[in-house]
Structure formats: structure tokens, C-alpha cells
Design a protein around this ligand. Structure first.
Ligand code: ATP
Ligand code: MG
Length: 285
């Protein structure tokens, strides 16, 4: 049977999260990625470890069937590949930054300035959209030092916490795009590989849905059950079991991670007691 081949970043900001996602999907493979190819022992999957910039090309050429990359990589070097799923990790933004002692009130003030970046295509498209004309200095790394050594007036780079900018005397002035890890695929997969990809996607959804919810158990007086059920509709509707204590019940449901604490406050006000909140490992709707 043919194996599905997935390309992952060998080492960097995507590697660990990508491998963790596969592990959470129940895939077992040898630890450590000192080798460039590894095979899962319990799923027909082969992992190729590559530089992230090369992954779109490998997927386009069908050396790999699918791959995990940052969205920014695909925008920088567009290829004939499909984005199959947004994965929600390795989130960052691509922003313009200037020396911190300077002011920028309008993006138009950057017109004619020299900007250093490793992402010239994204930046060029942005300038084109804004009607700006700039010279772009393309650097493959250490972009943050360009203004202090006189190579550029500003930079365009990946920002996550902003600490790298600050430690290089820069400040973020304009966000051009957000980015997160995406699963990409070759658009012409054979049927047997599509079956494997769909199996993997099913598992990814189960893992990612589980992260958005917690399992909740609570006790409540029967006359409050309707109010509480409205607060916790669950996937379909909550389970309610009678307690040994007369006129009391135990209610089991799921609670969204997003407004967890506000909902807990409201549940307590409605008379809920003995609340237990547990993590969910996998969730299949
Ligand atoms: P490679 O050696 O594979 O070419 P790289 O140095 O080009 O690696 P990384 O810095 O590991 O790339 O970043 C890989 C991807 O992770 C980026 O394209 C981006 O999508 C995302 N990323 C980069 N920096 C951060 C960050 N600080 N926080 C979160 N995600 C980030
Ligand atoms: Mg790279």
C-alpha cells in the first residue's frame, strides 16, 4: 500500500508543534529527527524533514503529498498547491518596524524609504496596494540590524512578542498580515492517498475541537436545571442524572474554552455546586 508523504520543517519554529500534532493524532514514529526521513509505525505515513522554504516546492512536485508550513511562506513563493487546513499554531504577524526614536503617523510617510526584509514579495504586493514606491533590501536573516548599520530606514519582518524588535531599538508601526501554520497538499493526489489524507484530517479535527472545549460536571437543584441547561447546551444537549440527595441532579456537558470563567461565574449564580472541569483528549462531533 502506498504511504502518504508529509514534509515537515526539520528544525525551527514549526517543527515541534508539527510533530506534536501528529503525535496527538495517535501516530507513532521514531523520536528525534536526526534522520531526514522517518516512517510512522502505526499509519502508512512517511515524514520528510526539510527547510521550511523548500516544502511548497516539494509538495508541488509531489515529492511530498502534503506539508506543514507558515502561511507567510506560501504567500512569499506562491505554488500550485492547496491549503487544506489552518492549524492554529506558530501564529505570528508580519509587520513594518522603524527605529524607536522616530515617528510614523501615516504609512504614506514610508514612501521612497529603504526597507530590509526576507519577504520581498509580500512587501512588494503591500506597497503596490498602497501606491508606495520603495527600494527593498533582501536579506536572508538578521533583518533587525539593518537600520542600525545604515542598510535600511525600516524593516519588514515576522513579529511574535516584539521582544526581538525592542532589543534591536525598533518599534512595530504597521501590521501587514497575520500568519499561522497551514496544512498544504498537492492538488492531484491519487485516490488511495486522498483516503489517507482524509483519515488524518478527521484526526486533526478531533484533536483541535477537543482543545476548544472542556468537559464539565456539576450538581444543581432540579428547579435550576432548565437555566443551567441553557447555559451549557453541550454538543447536543447535556446528560442529567439524579443524585442520591432528593431534588438534586448531576449535569454533564462541554463548556467552550473561550468564555470558560464567565460561564462558571454565571453557573454558580444559578445555583451550581461541586463543579469539575476536565480536559478533553479528542472530540468527534
Ligand atoms: P528554516 O531553517 O527551516 O528555513 P526559518 O529560520 O526560515 O527555518 P523559522 O524561524 O523556524 O524559519 O520560522 C518558521 C515559520 O514559523 C515562519 O515562516 C513563521 O510562519 C513561523 N514563525 C516564525 N517566527 C515565529 C515566532 N516568533 N512565533 C511564532 N511563529 C513564528
Ligand atoms: Mg526558512
Amino acid at each position: 500500500m502506498s504511504k502518504l508523504k508529509i514534509a515537515l520543517q526539520k528544525s525551527g519554529r514549526l517543527s515541534e508543534n508539527s510533530l506534536n500534532l501528529l503525535r496527538e493524532c495517535g501516530l507513532k514514529f521514531p523520536n528525534g529527527n536526526s534522520k531526514l526521513i522517518a516512517s510512522a509505525t502505526n499509519f502508512p505515513l512517511e515524514i520528510l524533514f526539510l527547510r521550511d522554504d523548500d516544502i511548497p516546492h516539494y509538495v508541488e512536485q509531489q515529492i511530498a503529498d502534503i506539508g506543514i508550513i507558515g502561511e507567510n511562506i506560501l504567500l512569499e513563493t506562491p505554488k500550485q498547491i492547496n491549503t487544506v487546513k489552518r492549524l492554529g499554531f506558530s501564529t505570528c504577524r508580519l509587520s513594518l518596524a522603524i527605529p524607536k526614536d522616530q515617528e510614523l503617523n501615516d504609512i504614506q510617510e514610508l514612501n521612497g524609504k529603504r526597507i530590509a526584509t526576507s519577504y520581498p514579495t509580500i512587501l512588494q504586493n503591500f506597497f503596490h496596494e498602497k501606491g508606495l514606491n520603495n527600494s527593498i533590501e533582501v536579506l536572508s536573516g538578521s533583518v533587525e540590524i539593518a537600520p542600525s548599520i545604515g542598510l535600511a530606514d525600516a524593516i519588514f519582518d515576522i513579529v511574535s512578542s516584539g521582544s526581538t524588535l525592542r532589543s534591536n531599538g525598533l518599534k512595530e508601526v504597521f501590521k501587514v498580515m497575520d500568519s499561522e501554520a497551514i496544512l498544504v497538499s498537492n492538488p492531484r493526489l491519487q485516490d488511495s492517498k486522498m483516503v489517507l489524507l482524509n483519515k488524518l484530517l478527521f484526526r486533526i479535527d478531533a484533536v483541535n475541537n477537543a482543545k476548544k472545549f472542556h468537559y464539565i460536571l456539576l450538581n444543581a437543584p432540579n428547579d435550576q436545571l432548565e437555566t443551567i441547561t441553557n447555559l451549557l447546551p453541550g454538543i447536543n444537549s447535556p446528560s442529567i442524572l439524579p443524585l442520591a440527595k432528593p431534588n438534586w441532579s448531576s449535569l454533564h456537558s462541554v463548556i467552550p474554552e473561550d468564555d470558560l470563567w464567565d460561564t462558571i461565574d454565571t453557573l454558580k449564580e444559578a445555583g451550581a455546586e461541586g463543579l469539575l472541569i476536565l480536559p478533553i483528549d479528542k472530540m468527534i462531533r
